[in-house]
Design a protein around this ligand. Structure first.
Ligand code: ADP
Ligand code: MG
Length: 603
């Protein structure tokens, strides 16, 4: 049996540092992160990063910043030594990337380190009279595992920190490192995030002697994004900016056709610090709700500047997370800004319908891609897809208000002042019904529902699976608010008494079980987001139900629109908040500008 000993030891410094290093230095990329942050704090305009063998053999970060004199260089390697904060007040008013004073000492304790630095002449603040000649010479310090310090003079411009044999003295940690390509991926990710946050600094990253990134200092955020992501990506981003007395925000986000299957293209910076934050990403997802499919992820870059007193950066040893003084304020601020960005794009597209490039912003996808998206089975060849998959129906109907052509059983084509509008009739209908439902339930909140509904002549019983039954009972209130009057009938069944009137001929079994399934899915999604259930989950559940209801109405109502209906549809869709996408995020309409048509006909 394990013998317990009650005697307490004070841990030797070296061991303390190794323990601390466990938190700060997880992998080579974390070393890169700490070192480039130090270089940023030192006022550098260029940072070079050299990596050999995924950082397991060598990590070298060199900068042209203010550097250190010998005394500081020696001090910097000790634990809790920093030039960035002095007292508690400073801790809650942080303006630098670093402040914990533990990176260099931690890294030094788990590697062989060489620090080369010289203080820049303009940084020698404390009276040049005192400066003896030796101070002009730089310092080189070498150490292994945080000990065996060797010191010598050397020439240097700025600071260079060289880390060899990371974790050589903690074999267990070394074993945990992943393959070279994975570790390199993390390093590139860190440098990318650093480069996005500081477009004014030049970055060069060399991996195994080949230049992986070379980003000259640039003059704007957009320019830096162009350097990193290329023109196509950046052109597909929508932007918005806003500020109030405490915060400023600048958002770049993908339009409703620019989404991904993962979250890799999501970046959040607070006061230039790359962070992960549930509140912020949740707010953005919320803004996209109903605009992109549920299992997809939007692309976004968010830059927030805020009063450092309103945010605590000292939450995570690697400073990846933050804590806001007023979380819901930040949430709302980000949500509004993201909504504005999504709206800006629509307006810009309309205002400048003449310009093909703006139209590109609106649709974000080429025409063939759009059709492929709507019709995975259709021939992937643009306009041809229309004619082959959907022969013209002789339903051209001209009214004074809206001549239209009905293509197949889905699309309506209509002339627009500035070009041609192609509308997915059912998707547009879904969007209109969806917003009507939500609006009706909002207006009636607290006093039943204001959704126009009709009473079934014979209330209908619907039998559900156990899981569905449970979730429907949990959400009776929201169903009722949305005009679906439904009550528990016991033994796994519910009874439906009334429905929104556009659902007159809906299949109730399918409808209710479909709603249950989507509520289950949205629950899973909420849990994945792990965030803010109290703030937004009610709203989100209602939206989920409304989307399902709207979708059933459209599946059922296979009416063929004539000119009058098309005109009404155009009017109604225009009045919705998000006219460009159905509640599931699929496009409702595509606009082809005159300019684009001319281009297609090579005019
Ligand atoms: P922190 O960054 O939290 O202050 P570090 O251990 O990373 O702690 O660095 C300790 C100190 O060493 C810094 O406060 C800074 O004064 C100095 N320092 C580190 N890296 C550099 C650099 N590249 N150029 C100039 N000074 C540096
Ligand atoms: Mg630091």
């Amino acid at each position: 049996m394990l013998k317990l000993s009650m005697s307490i030891n004070v841990l030797p410094i070296n061991l303390r540092n190794k323990i601390a290093a466990g938190e700060v230095v997880e992998r080579p990329a974390s070393v890169v992160k700490e070192l480039i942050e130090n270089s940023m704090d030192a006022g550098s305009s260029r940072i070079d990063i050299d990596i050999l063998k995924a950082g397991k053999r060598l990590i070298r970060v060199s900068d042209n910043g203010i550097g250190m004199d010998r005394q500081d260089a020696l001090l910097s390697l000790e634990r809790y030594t920093t030039s960035k904060i002095k007292d508690e007040d400073d801790l809650f008013n942080i303006k630098t990337m670093g402040f914990r004073g533990e990176a260099l000492s931690s890294i030094a304790s788990v590697s062989r380190m060489r620090l080369t630095t010289a203080q820049r002449s303009d940084a020698r603040a404390h009276g040049s009279e005192e400066t003896n000649e030796n101070n002009n010479i730089g310092t080189c310090i070498e150490m292994a595992g945080g000990g065996n310090i060797e010191l010598r003079d050397c020439m240097s411009i700025g600071t260079s920190v060289e880390i060899k044999d990371l974790f050589f003295n903690i074999p267990a940690r070394r074993k945990f490192l992943k393959s070279d390509s994975t570790e390199n991926y993390h390093i590139i990710d860190i440098v990318t995030r650093g480069a996005i946050s500081r477009y004014d600094i030049g970055f060069v990253l060399r991996i195994d002697d080949s230049e992986t990134m070379n980003l000259p200092a640039s003059s704007s955020r957009r320019e830096r994004l162009l350097q990193i992501f290329g023109k196509d990506f950046v052109d597909g981003l929508m932007t918005s900016e806003s500020e109030d007395e405490q915060m400023g925000i600048s958002i770049f986000c993908g339009n409703n056709s620019n989404f991904r299957n993962n979250r890799n293209n999501q970046f959040v910076f607070i006061n230039n610090r790359p962070v992960r934050d549930q509140t912020i990403s949740y707010a953005v997802y919320k803004a996209y709700e109903g605009l992109i499919p549920k299992d997809k992820h939007p692309v976004f870059l968010i830059f927030i500047e805020m009063n450092p007193q309103k945010v605590d950066f000292n939450v995570h040893p690697a400073k990846r997370e933050v804590r806001f003084e007023d979380k819901s304020r930040v949430y709302n601020f980000v949500y509004q800004a993201a909504r504005a960005a999504l709206k800006n794009a629509e307006e810009a597209a309309y205002a400048a319908g003449e310009e093909a490039s703006v139209n590109h912003q609106w649709t974000g996808m080429s025409l063939p891609a759009y059709f492929a998206y709507n019709h995975p089975d259709a021939v992937m060849c643009g306009q041809q897809a229309v004619s082959e998959a959907s022969p013209f129906y002789d339903l051209y109907s001209s009214t004074e208000s809206m001549p239209c052509i009905y293509l197949g059983d889905t699309f309506v084509a209509m002339p627009d002042k500035k070009g041609l509008v192609l509308m997915d009739y059912h998707a547009a209908h879904e969007r209109i019904n969806y917003e009507r439902l939500l609006k009706g339930s909002e207006e009636g909140s607290g006093h039943g529902s204001k959704v126009a509904s009709y009473r079934l002549l014979f209330p209908q019983q619907v039998k559900l699976q156990a899981g569905e039954y449970m979730i429907v009972l949990e959400n009776l209130k929201y169903l009722n608010e949305l005009g679906v009057e439904v009550a528990d009938f016991g033994h796994g069944a519910v009874i439906v008494r009334s429905l929104p009137d556009f659902l007159r001929d809906a299949d109730l079994n399918a409808l209710i079980s479909d709603i249950a399934a989507s509520l289950l899915n949205s629950d899973v999604r909420l849990k994945q987001e792990k965030a803010l259930e109290s703030l937004e989950s009610i709203d989100s559940k209602k939206k989920t139900i409304a989307a399902k209801l709207a979708c059933h109405s459209s599946i059922r109502g296979r009416e063929i629109p004539d000119g009058v209906r098309a005109a009404a549809l155009i009017k109604d869709i225009e009045k919705t908040e998000n006219p460009d996408a159905c509640p599931h995020g699929r496009p409702t309409r595509i606009f082809i500008s005159m300019a684009e048509l001319k281009k297609m006909f090579k005019k």
